[in-house]
Design a binder for this molecule. Sequence first.
Ligand code: ATP
Length: 349
Amino acid sequence: MAQIELRNVSKRWGSFVGVDDFNLTIADKEFLVLLGPSGCGKTTTMRMIAGLEDVTDGDILVDGKRVNDLEPKDRDVSMVFQSYALYPNMNVYENIRFPLKVRGIDPKTHDEKVRRASRMVELDDFLHRKPAELSGGQRQRVALARAIVREPNVFLMDEPLSNLDAKLRVSTRAQIKNLSHELAVTTIYVTHDQIEAMTLADRVVVMKGGVVQQVGSPTEIYDRPANAFVASFIGSPAMNLMEGQVSGGVFSAAHVEIRGLNAPDGPLTLGFRAEDAALAPQGSGQITAPIYTLELLGDATMISVRVGDALVSVKADKSYRAEIGDMVSFSIPNEICHLFNAKDGARLG
Ligand code: ATP
């Protein structure tokens, strides 16, 4: 079992703060995803858990024991990186077996363990091949098998899908999800791809500038983003956000007026998701504007209009047809609105 706890963990290089006061308990067998834009501190957080990076402040505990001073090899974690780092001269079998040799695990058990791990990632027919004779997806699966074969208590994965093409990414993602379920191992997974985070995670940690913005299940983060940054980072398309002013419960922005809001007078950032707004008969919605762009997605049509400085998206039925420049109107009922403080972006209510 492996419960991981980060207590007030910070990482600084000189005066630069890479990770700032990170606090979290990761439950045994949990699949936790660290999500955020480039440079937000995801990899650094994971490297501190692995022992590859010193902690400047705070403590990391595994099953209640402080591991700050343990060497990476003594931490019982397996890491999978975005570059597969396979040994080019070894075949698949030898590559997968390598961690067992390094750790001095009884050679009599190697064959069974290698075969089991390679079966799990569906590579049993490729054991004799060298890495150069494999596709990118197959190489990444060798890296996964090499992490599995040690039967660690913790998996750390740093953008393991980023070198794969879109199709392989989806199938390998499904495989990782299935593996983590089957192996029931605590997994920490780093990505900047919100779809990967939403599909894989039990809980997501959204980070920005070294600071945790929100921790929650994918649904919590999608349905109740803690601030405007999280709202703008999660979802495809991201939540529509408009800057405006509230006076007497009426939100006004360029070409938009929404009444009956429960918000204090003053500046406000108002958000709503593309799929929550509804097309309204011509001129009857809160927003009426010419279509800026129209995207046929197959299962739906995404309409964008320009509202002041913002581009606002609304999802319409797949049969919806119109031309760029045609006028469109849509309604934004109060109950779909997310309200954020205009200054710091914090969620209101
Ligand atoms: P990416 O998605 O691009 O990998 P990330 O969220 O994983 O980004 P980190 O690699 O954790 O980001 O880096 C966080 C910040 O710390 C970045 O601004 C980075 O430049 C900085 N940083 C990382 N390593 C060092 C170092 N050894 N010395 C100084 N600054 C560093």
